[in-house]
Design a protein around this ligand. Structure first.
Ligand code: 5RP
Length: 264
């Protein structure tokens, strides 16, 4: 009995952390003059959409919302917001801001994403925005990626390439990489909105530049975030990886994968 209460309390705490983070992020980063907004995927983004819808149609009717997959498409439509497609955003144009969740966030704001299998479109939308804002609950923050999210880095792959990609991941030191199974009741592999499969590849915690300065990178078998990401994306058959890394939107004019801010 005591245990189940604790589990329920923890669940309530997590939900309230997601909600508070979402409302604060929207308050700080959604300016009324903005017209193009990216909306990510997952359970935390539900609160982002709730916060945006709560601003009222006087504010939101001038805005268009760009989803990262079928789930966020449904969320936007259900909230009565104006749904647009990133494929219709003309070349040379950017979203004003994009909000999305994460599976893990490290001290440098590198992210693991893709727990919901939407990482490819999520990266396109994040990189199309002038500002990308991450919203997550307190469980997601950790000093190094791979510490809190133990399931592995989600990697979107062409189905025919999956066995070769698994071989390469093992060679690179991944511990038991595996093809993600379908949702309960669905046989076979999970199929993404883009017709691809997901491989989850666990690696030892990923080092940051500060670790190299202090010498921890000498530990054998440990990758830095940037080195691993650069190597993963080059494997033939890999469409996109769930590491959002490199420079954030404060440092690059466009194409940033890392958020300018993370809310917990
Ligand atoms: C989906 C994602 C999600 O943003 C991530 O899994 C976080 O989800 P949640 O907010 O439900 O914890 O990357 O591909």
């Amino acid at each position: 009995m005591a245990t189940s209460t604790t589990v329920e309390e923890q669940a309530r705490l997590v939900e309230s952390s997601k909600r508070l983070a979402a409302f604060q992020a929207v308050k700080d980063y959604l300016l009324p003059e903005y017209t193009r907004i990216g909306i990510g995927s997952g359970s935390t983004v539900v609160y982002v959409v709730e916060a945006i819808a709560g601003l009222g149609s006087a504010v939101t009717s001038k805005m268009a919302f760009y989803p990262t997959g079928s789930q966020s498409e449904e969320l936007i439509e259900a909230a009565g917001l104006n749904l647009q497609s990133i494929s219709k955003l003309p070349a040379g144009q950017q979203l004003d801001v994009a909000f999305d969740g994460a599976d893990e966030v490290d001290d440098d704001l590198n992210l693991i994403k893709g727990g919901g299998a939407c990482l490819w479109q999520e990266k396109i939308v994040a990189a199309s925005a002038k500002q990308f804002v991450c919203v997550a609950d307190f469980r997601k923050l950790s000093p190094r990626l791979g510490t809190a999210w133990k399931k592995g880095i989600p990697i979107e792959v062409l189905p025919m390439a999956a066995p070769r990609v698994l071989d390469e991941l093992l060679r690179m030191g991944a511990q038991k990489p595996r093809i993600r199974p379908g949702l309960p009741g669905k046989a076979g592999a999970i199929v993404t909105d883009n017709g691809m499969w997901i491989i989850d590849a666990p690696f030892a915690p990923l080092l940051l530049p500060k670790d190299i300065e202090t010498g921890s990178a000498l530990v054998t078998g440990m990758w830095t975030v940037d080195a691993l990401a650069d190597a993963l994306i080059k494997i033939p058959g890999v469409a996109e990886i769930g590491l959002f890394y490199g420079k954030n939107g404060l440092q690059v004019a466009s194409g940033a994968q890392k958020p300018v801010a993370a809310y917990f």
